[in-house]
Structure formats: C-alpha cells, structure tokens
Design a protein around this ligand. Structure first.
Ligand SMILES: CC(C)(COP(=O)(O)OP(=O)(O)OC[C@H]1O[C@@H](n2cnc3c(N)ncnc32)[C@H](O)[C@@H]1OP(=O)(O)O)[C@@H](O)C(=O)NCCC(=O)NCCS
Length: 177
C-alpha cells in the first residue's frame, strides 16, 4: 500500500436516509416494491461512496439481496450506509434497511446488502480512493469480510479465477493449485 495514501473512518462516509412508503411505491398487495427499495439502496450507498472518495462514483456491482419481511404502505423506511473497505478505485458499501410501522410502534429489520462503487476521475477513468481505517469491532468484522466478498463477486463477474482467490481458498480449506 502507498504510505502516503489518505485514510478515512467508516463514520465519515455514513449516510442515513428516511422514506415514507407511498401508494406509488407499492405493488398490488400494498407492499413496497423490491425495485423501489433497491433504487433507494443505490442512492444512499452512492452518497456514502461519494463521501468516502470525494469523487463521482458508479455502481460496479450489487451483491445478492433477500427480502425477509414485507414493508407495508405507510411504513417508514430507514436506510443506513457506510463504506466498509476500499481497495484501489473500488469501495464496498454496506446498507442496512429498517422499517417501522410508526402508529403501531413496531420496528423491524428488513435487510442488509453490499454494493460496490468505483470512483472516477474527470476523464471518467477509475481513480484511487482513500483506505478505510476501522474504529469498532463491528467495523473490523465488516472490513475483514470485505476481501472474501470482493473475491466472490469478482469470480462471479468473470474477473478473477477461483484459483486466485486466496481468502476464499482458506475458508474452504482448498490447497494451492
Ligand atoms: C465499473 C467500471 C468503472 C470498471 O471499469 P474497468 O475499465 O473495468 O476498470 P478496472 O478493470 O480498472 O476496474 C476498476 C475497479 O472496478 C472493480 N470492478 C470492476 N467490475 C467489478 C464488479 N463487477 N464487481 C466489483 N468490482 C468490480 C475492479 O475490481 C477495480 O477495483 P480496484 O481498482 O479497487 O481494484 C466500468 O465497468 C463501468 O463503467 N461500468 C458501468 C457502471 C455503471 O454504469 N453503473 C450503473 C449501472 S446502470
């Protein structure tokens, strides 16, 4: 790593966004449409990546997203995003989504996901971003896992050979080829 590389804490990229589920956001069952939620997740995580890099960013990939519980018309949705780890020009952002039925005072976790963004320079080319320095045990856990998740998504994108994924090999106890 470059010794003069700038560093940032995850809290410096933290973004919270709150939305009210309105009729135009729902499907025919009056539940929030998955596509609308993913749109909000893309926005909140792009802002986090911008805050980390102070650059324009593009979404490079979206990890798998599961919807555990339906979010209903009238619920309040809170999305929290922060950069977990930065590589060269790419940043992994974790998004945590909660929903709340405010009149019923019922709050529940909806889902969490990881999006990857790439910072671009003025010419639209990938450019280096600051490294992440963690401050809490939870941030350290996300930081450590980010390398494995990166290898998995690069393999799935056809950008890395499974044999090159040293971190993944160590989890599955696969010997060097
Ligand atoms: C993402 C993009 C900038 C990568 O450009 P590229 O010419 O392939 O650049 P590189 O090969 O130098 O890769 C740049 C970084 O992107 C990362 N990357 C590229 N594809 C990726 C993927 N599918 N998942 C995760 N990271 C990815 C690389 O690992 C690299 O990260 P690093 O610099 O931290 O090591 C380019 O593919 C692009 O512009 N894609 C379209 C983005 C877009 O329009 N998003 C909105 C979708 S509608």
């Amino acid at each position: 790593m470059n010794e003069t590389r700038k560093t940032k804490f995850p809290r410096e990229s933290f973004v919270s966004m709150t939305e009210l589920v309105l009729p135009n956001d729902t499907n025919t069952f009056n539940n929030l449409m998955g596509g609308r939620l993913m749109h909000w997740m893309d926005i909140v995580s792009a802002i986090a990546a911008q805050k980390h890099s102070n650059r324009h960013v593009v979404t490079a990939s979206v990890d798998n997203i599961s919807f555990k519980h339906p979010i209903r018309l009238g619920n309040v949705v809170t999305l929290r995003a922060r950069v977990t780890r930065a590589f060269q020009s790419s940043m992994e952002v974790r998004i945590d989504v909660d929903a709340e039925d405010v009149p019923a005072a019922h709050k529940f976790e909806s889902n969490a996901a990881y999006f990857t963004f790439v910072a671009l320079d003025k010419d639209g080319k990938p450019t280096d971003v600051p490294a992440v320095v963690t401050e809490t045990a939870e941030e350290a856990e996300f930081y450590e896992g980010a390398l494995r998740r990166r290898q998995l998504r690069l393999i799935l994108a056809g950008r890395m050979k499974p044999s090159e994924a040293a971190e993944l090999r160590s989890i599955f106890d696969i010997k060097e080829p």
